[in-house]
Ligand binder design. Structure first.
Ligand code: MN
Length: 317
């Protein structure tokens, strides 16, 4: 296991959703007034969990690495001509669970539901992919017309794996129990999953590389309210080697961000998670990529539309 910076304790406030925060902790090097729960449109929930990981463990260090790297972001986004931190970004204390995934998922679901009840836009940081079961369950309760956009190298449709229905290989099988899904970037799966994928809702990495209007095709499959789950192994391992189960042949930065931009323009993105960063002592470029991806996606989501009106007023204060 990597030593050094990854083993430093996370600084966090102990009060969680009771609406105060400690100054030294949080996503982005942003002024204190934009970190308080009351002022924040966005609530970030770090989830340190990797108990069902089947190859490299270590994604429990992911949230810590992302938050550390986020301190080095420049807060102005060129593409959107915006400073999304002005919406307020609160960072919750981490969920730390070392037991069964069922217990973790229940804890995540409860935490996310609490923030949704306060009308926050919730961003969960993994941790392994099984955490998304809890977040999607909370979102599916709030939004009837919800579809889940999954960016991932793996289909994750196995009904059971290693004796558990909540293994990270089963995430999308569980998500499918509460809403429709669209899968993007897939390039590795088990034979049993071939019978489970829904025709027309899987966009394999190979097909994307062939070009065409794959982004438009994906958007057309999504309902109005979209939850996005980003497994970082959707990226090619040349730019994102720091995952627990890397796969060659993945998407690049511009393919992923172009897709996210279009989805935010055409649909209401109501929440997202970013999972499976498995940091090492030397992964600071990848840690930074993830922090930037999160900030970029928030910038897209909160960008003012052409009339100067914010689309997601529900989350503004
Ligand atoms: Mn994956």
């Amino acid at each position: 296991m990597p030593e050094g910076r990854l083993n430093r304790p996370l600084y966090y406030n102990e009060v969680g959703v009771t609406m105060t925060t400690r100054p030294e902790y949080g996503f982005g090097n942003i002024p204190e007034e934009y970190k308080s729960y009351h002022n924040a449109a966005v609530a970030i929930v770090p989830v340190s969990y990797d108990e069902t990981a089947t190859w490299k463990k270590g994604s429990r260090y992911g949230p810590n690495a992302i938050i550390e790297a986020s301190g080095h972001l420049e807060l102005y986004d060129i593409e959107t001509d915006s400073e999304v931190y002005l919406e307020g970004i609160y960072t919750d204390h981490p969920i730390k669970e070392s037991g069964l995934p069922e217990d973790l998922i229940r804890e995540v679901r409860t935490r996310v539901a609490t923030h949704l009840a306060h009308n926050k836009f919730v961003v969960c940081l993994g941790g392994e992919h099984s955490i998304s079961i809890g977040t999607v369950q909370a979102y599916a309760k709030k939004y009837e017309d919800l579809s889940v956009l999954q960016l991932d190298a793996h289909a994750d449709l196995q009904d059971e794996y290693n004796g558990s229905r909540y293994n990270h290989n089963c995430v999308m099988a569980r998500v499918l129990e509460c809403c429709d899904i669209v899968q993007v970037g897939i390039r590795s799966m088990d034979h049993v999953e071939t019978g489970k994928i829904k025709k027309g809702t899987v966009f394999f990495a190979d097909a994307i590389m062939n070009g065409g209007d794959w982004i438009g095709d994906i958007v057309n499959k999504l309902s109005e309210n979209v939850y996005i789950t980003i497994d970082l192994d959707v990226f090619d391992l040349s730019i994102m080697p720091a995952t627990g189960t890397p796969e060659p042949g993945g998407l690049n930065w511009h393919q992923v961000t172009s897709l996210l931009k279009k989805v935010t323009e055409m649909r209401s993105v109501v929440g997202f998670d970013v999972v499976e960063l498995c940091p090492s002592e030397y992964s600071y470029p990848q840690d930074y990529l993830v922090a930037k991806l999160i900030y970029k996606l928030l910038s897209y989501i909160y960008k003012e539309d052409q009339n100067g009106k914010k689309r997601y007023t529900e989350y503004t204060h």
